[in-house]
Design a protein around this ligand. Structure first.
Ligand code: ADP
Ligand code: MG
Length: 694
């Protein structure tokens, strides 16, 4: 990235920047002077007004000035430097714990200082602890700034003062040669957005009367201006990628109508209207000589797998190989079993490929894949690792898309390209995301929605209960199992720690085994060996185990229709979409199912509304919409889950509402000014090159 920087844009051209600082700045994603302009402040401080000491309130962060009355060091446990200042309205104490002799010497009585800090109640009236301060020279007048003070995201070893100085230099350079305005005037006018240079200048140095609340909420037109362009860049980039992909040839698949009819007729159920509609959309795509790039969104239990199976059969009937990839071994195994059940009667034996496979089995599978004897291949990420050569891959199905990113989709596409062209691609996700978000996340895909559940499903009844009533719940599990039912007990999710996840699951397992001696309890967690996990799941599926204690490894896709009760511990810590996913493991059979969300009281406001959403709705799209609205920073629908790259300015959730205009703008710019479109993508994505060629 730094390599392609023009010499004049090198950070080291700025006063005070050497190689060491440049390295630190790189950690903030700043490689060129221009990048400093896009480093937006996190918040602002108001140093444009002086507060009279007599009017100062505890808790206020502000700028004050005063004359030193006295300074002294005291020992209250540790050494303190106390400086008492006064203006003609009142007094204030400045307190320092760390100070040098020369600092101490500065505070001579009569010296004027200006300080910025938070006023707090101290032992003798208001004080400021370690304020930022400046000694004012005798004739110096007011110390107020003429704009709000930007507080930047900090990185170790780069002080705010330094960042302010650097952005100041960058802003000054910007005045000489402003960055190109890439958005057409007509669009800016229609959306009532400021120019890029104006927006940048404003956000770094807002005037004293700026609406700080609006800025903090990220809703200021100047912020929206930048977010808009960034979203546009990502959108255009995905659209380019799509245009590139669909310009490639792909094997048109038109044969096999009879095979498909027989397959569907032999299913133990009738396809829902929604499934049938999506099947038709897929078959329409597959018949074309260019690759399909389609996403199926469907709530948990909506029956996506069988739709994928029909697509696979179509590919196979046309002499191509089909591969289905799942994010975890457990899910891949489940698909392997379903596909084996469906396809064996047709004389099609699925091949299996996973990371944990033994060498011999792997070699056999690789040979079958390379020679084409394997027509259908089921597996995990291992499917697109080195050493896997397909003979004639015509269709790739990716299940549970939110764990795969765009770049992984790309890699897979590369993998499959052969003489007949690129493979068709079908992506399935059980995380329904609101339409505006889908526009941004899946701009390279066509979207089909299965918006109907198979008939006879009863909505899961959901209750939220404090964990102080755990024994009641244990009794409820007991009676459910005694009545022939099965239950899941899902253990707390401990972010980023498989080890702790596993310990929590072990503890619950022990507790439940002791409390319920006549219930057959099993345990499945992410740290188990594959075989153990599999045998645990199988035992549950076969009813040998009645109560399955599990970590969130069961989150997606696991299908045990006889399980009708789910307890989720520490539900308050989980995101809405994840809870909805988990809950989708029950309610798959004919019996009325229940989900108990155990929480640790007291519940925060956000957690309370989150649990309420689940009690009130079983509709994944609605849950996702509410998730979007309630989401706090860093929560579950973040980029990590959607597999999207990080944004510099935009927040996909906060700014999702911009997407319809982004889409329209993209179309008009691409039509009327394609070179601008390319420049927009380069400005925001050239460094990372995250979506491949731009
Ligand atoms: P998901 O969309 O969550 O992946 P699955 O494909 O696992 O859902 O389907 C859930 C269950 O519903 C499976 O047991 C599947 O066989 C069954 N199923 C799928 N389609 C239908 C249908 N049209 N009628 C009845 N059951 C169906
Ligand atoms: Mg599924």
């Amino acid at each position: 990235m730094p390599d392609n920087a023009q010499p004049s844009t090198k950070l080291t051209n700025l006063t005070g920047v050497g190689p060491a600082l440049a390295k630190k700045l790189a950690r903030l994603g700043i490689y060129r002077i221009e990048d400093l302009l896009f480093l937006l402040p996190l918040r602002y401080e108001d140093r444009t007004q002086l507060v009279q000491l007599g009017a100062l309130l505890a808790g206020q962060r502000c700028l004050v000035t005063g004359e030193v009355l006295l300074s002294e060091t005291t020992f209250r446990g540790r050494r303190n430097l106390l400086v008492r200042i006064s203006d003609n309205s009142g007094q204030l104490t400045l307190r320092f714990f760390h100070f040098s002799r020369s600092q101490q010497a500065q505070f001579q009585p009569g010296v004027k200082v200006s300080c910025f800090g938070e006023a707090r109640k101290g032992p003798a009236g208001l004080e400021m602890i370690h304020p930022e301060y400046r000694i004012l020279r005798s004739k110096q007048g007011t110390a107020v700034d003429d704009s709000l003070t930007a507080i930047y995201p900090s990185t170790e070893g780069v002080q705010q003062g330094r960042l302010r100085n650097l952005t100041e230099q960058a802003l000054r350079r910007m005045q000489q040669s402003p960055p190109a305005e890439l958005l057409p005037l007509s669009i800016l006018e229609k959306l009532d957005l400021p120019s890029l240079a104006d927006a940048i200048a404003y956000l770094h140095r807002p005037p004293p009367d700026a609406d700080v609340d609006l800025l903090l909420a990220g809703q200021h037109p100047c912020q929206q201006r930048l977010a808009f362009e960034e979203l546009l860049a990502h959108y255009l980039s995905l659209k380019n990628l799509r245009a590139l992909a669909v310009s490639e040839p792909a094997p048109p698949m038109r044969a096999g109508a009879a095979e498909l009819t027989n397959f569907v007729d032999d299913l133990p159920f009738t396809l829902t209207n929604a499934q049938q509609r999506v099947v038709d959309e897929i078959l329409g795509d597959l018949a074309k000589p260019h690759p399909m790039m389609r996403l199926i969104q469907g709530d948990v239990g909506s029956g996506k797998t069988v739709v994928a199976a029909i697509a696979c059969l179509k590919a196979i009937a046309n002499g191509a190989q089909a591969a289905i990839m799942a994010p975890t071994e457990l899910l891949a195994e489940q698909h392997f079993r379903s596909f084996s059940d469906w396809f064996r009667p047709l004389g099609i034996e699925p091949a299996w490929l996973s990371g944990s496979q033994r060498t011999v089995a792997r070699r056999t599978a690789l040979e079958a894949i390379a020679s084409g004897t394997a027509q259908l291949i089921v597996g995990t990420h291992a499917l697109f690792q080195d050493g896997v050569e397909f003979q004639n891959l015509g269709l790739v199905v990716i299940d549970e898309q939110h764990r795969f990113g765009v770049h992984q989709r790309m890699a897979l596409r590369e993998k499959g390209s052969g003489e007949a062209g690129q493979p068709h691609q079908l992506v399935m996700t059980a995380t329904p995301i609101p339409r505006t978000l889908a526009m941004a996340a899946y701009a390279d895909l066509d979207v089909s929605v299965i918006d109907e559940l198979p008939p006879g499903r009863q909505p899961v009844t959901t209750v939220a209960i404090p964990e102080t009533r755990r024994s009641e719940i244990v009794a409820r599990v007991h009676s459910a199992c005694a009545a022939g039912g099965q239950a899941y007990w899902v253990c707390p999710l401990i972010e980023e720690s498989e080890l702790l996840d596993y310990q929590a699951a072990e503890a619950s397992y022990t507790m439940l085994s002791e409390a319920l001696p006549d219930v057959r309890v099993g345990l499945v967690h992410g740290r188990m060996r594959q075989a153990e996990k599999e045998s645990g799941m199988r035992a549950f599926k076969e009813g040998v185990i009645q109560l399955l204690v599990a970590t969130t490894v069961i989150e997606v896709g696991v299908d045990v229709p006889n399980a009708s009760l789910m307890i989720i511990e520490n539900a308050e810590r989980m995101g809405l979409s994840q809870l909805h996913q988990l809950r989708g493991r029950v309610g798959r059979g004919a019996a009325q199912s229940h989900c108990v969300l155990l929480y640790k009281p007291p519940l925060g406001r956000l957690a309370k509304s989150r649990l309420a959403v689940l009690r009130e709705s079983n509709d994944g799209f609605l849950v996702a919409q509410r998730d979007l609205e309630l989401r706090g920073p860093g929560e579950l629908l973040g980029t990590r889950q959607t597999g999207l790259p990080e944004y510099r300015v935009a927040d996909l959730v906060r700014d999702a509402g911009l997407m319809p205009s982004v889409q329209l703008a993209a179309e008009s710019i691409q039509r009327e000014a394609p070179d601008r479109a390319a420049a927009i993508v380069r400005r925001w994505l050239a460094d990372a090159n995250r979506y491949g060629k731009v």
